[in-house]
Structures are given as structure tokens and as C-alpha cells.
Design a protein around this ligand. Structure first.
Ligand SMILES: Cc1cc2nc3c(=O)[nH]c(=O)nc-3n(C[C@H](O)[C@H](O)[C@H](O)COP(=O)(O)O)c2cc1C
Length: 179
């Protein structure tokens, strides 16, 4: 089956939070790669009810990391509200942003939080990503995961890799959904 045909059959929604717009840019790159139209990309700031999530077969969730390895504060409320919804029909994927040089010890901690919240909901999470090619030596992310549970983007130190990483990750998602 061709990629485009598969995408038409699978309804994809992208949900992200951002402060300085890096996560927004990655969300838009994912959307362009997967042919997701603008009205299926949500900034959490603009969501009135989480019930909009129920229409999607694949939900791609994005967060930057702030504080000490925390997710964007809006995810706290969204995950809380998601508790009452049944997502047994759906797959989830995560992408997170972080800074591996200045925040090595808490690098991409948003991913740990999001993965834990999804695991607690017992939903299907796809889109694991290799931890190779990051400049990590002393990061809890490496100790916790040999393979990250989702895509990690570092716009501060490795922005030259963002596009290739994102496209490759999207292709992996498609292959997974096709198998
Ligand atoms: C005050 C502050 C705290 C940050 N804390 C972390 C952190 O703990 N871990 C990390 O990996 N990155 C951290 N970062 C880096 C951001 O995650 C990174 O700049 C990201 O690209 C921001 O995404 P956004 O533009 O979508 O808000 C921090 C950045 C700032 C400004």
C-alpha cells in the first residue's frame, strides 16, 4: 500500500505545546511529512476540549522540556482530562525537545513524563527512536532507555539534524502502521 493511501485511511492528529516555537516548527515538519492538514494540528493553548482527540487513529504528542526535566505545563491539565477518555482504538507517538549540552542531566525529561502518562493509560505507543547520534554521556535518558520511546529533537545544539531525524521518524511510523 502506498504511503499516501495509508495516511488517507489513518486519521492523524498532532498536539503540541511550545514557548519559543521550536516544538511548533517540528510539529509542522511532521505534518508536512505525513500530509496532515493544518486543521489537524493543535497548539494546546487553543484546545477547548480534549474530546477532539477521540476522532484520531494516531495521536502525535509534542512537548519541549522546561524546568528540571519537566514537560510543558499545559500537558499536566491535558493528561489529567484525558483520563476520562477511552483511547483503546488509537496509537500514540511522542516527540520532545530538549538541550543535551546545557541540560544534560535533565535532557528531554518531557519524554519520560509523557511516556509514563501514556503507559499509565495503557495505550499503544509507537515510534521508538535510537539514542545514537546524541552527545550524551551522563544523561538519565541513556540509563533509562537504550532506545527512546519517541523522537527527541535538539534545536539548540543539533538543529542541522532536525529535518532528517523528523522525516526518518515519520517514515518509521508509517512502516509500523503498515505492518
Ligand atoms: C528556562 C529553560 C529551562 C530548560 N530546561 C530544560 C531541561 O531541563 N532539559 C532539557 O532537555 N532542555 C531544557 N531546556 C531547553 C528547551 O527544551 C529547548 O530550548 C526547546 O527547544 C524549547 O522548545 P520550544 O521552543 O518549543 O519552547 C530549557 C530551556 C529554558 C529556556
Amino acid at each position: 500500500m502506498g504511503i499516501l493511501k495509508l495516511i488517507v485511511m489513518i486519521k492523524i492528529g498532532i498536539f503540541y505545546a511550545t514557548i519559543s516555537k521550536n516544538t511548533k516548527r517540528v510539529a509542522e515538519l511532521i505534518a508536512a511529512t505525513l500530509n496532515v492538514s493544518h486543521n489537524n494540528i493543535y497548539n494546546l493553548m487553543d484546545i477547548e476540549t480534549v474530546d477532539v482527540m477521540l476522532q484520531y487513529d494516531l495521536l502525535i504528542l509534542g512537548s519541549p522540556t522546561y524546568g528540571k526535566g519537566n514537560w510543558h505545563y499545559l500537558w499536566e491539565e491535558i493528561f489529567d482530562e484525558m483520563k476520562r477518555l477511552d483511547f483503546s482504538h488509537a496509537h500514540f507517538s511522542i516527540f520532545c525537545l530538549g538541550d543535551q549540552i546545557h541540560h544534560q542531566k535533565t535532557f528531554a525529561g518531557a519524554m519520560t513524563k509523557m511516556y509514563a502518562a501514556l503507559t499509565e493509560k495503557k495505550v499503544s505507543v509507537i515510534g521508538a527512536w535510537s539514542s545514537q547520534d546524541y552527545e550524551l554521556t551522563d544523561s538519565p535518558m541513556l540509563i533509562e532507555y537504550q532506545t527512546f520511546p519517541g523522537l527527541i529533537i535538539d534545536e539548540i545544539n543539533q538543529s542541522n539534524l532536525t529535518e532528517a531525524r523528523t522525516i526518518s521518524w515519520c517514515n518509521q511510523l508509517i512502516s509500523h502502521l503498515q505492518s
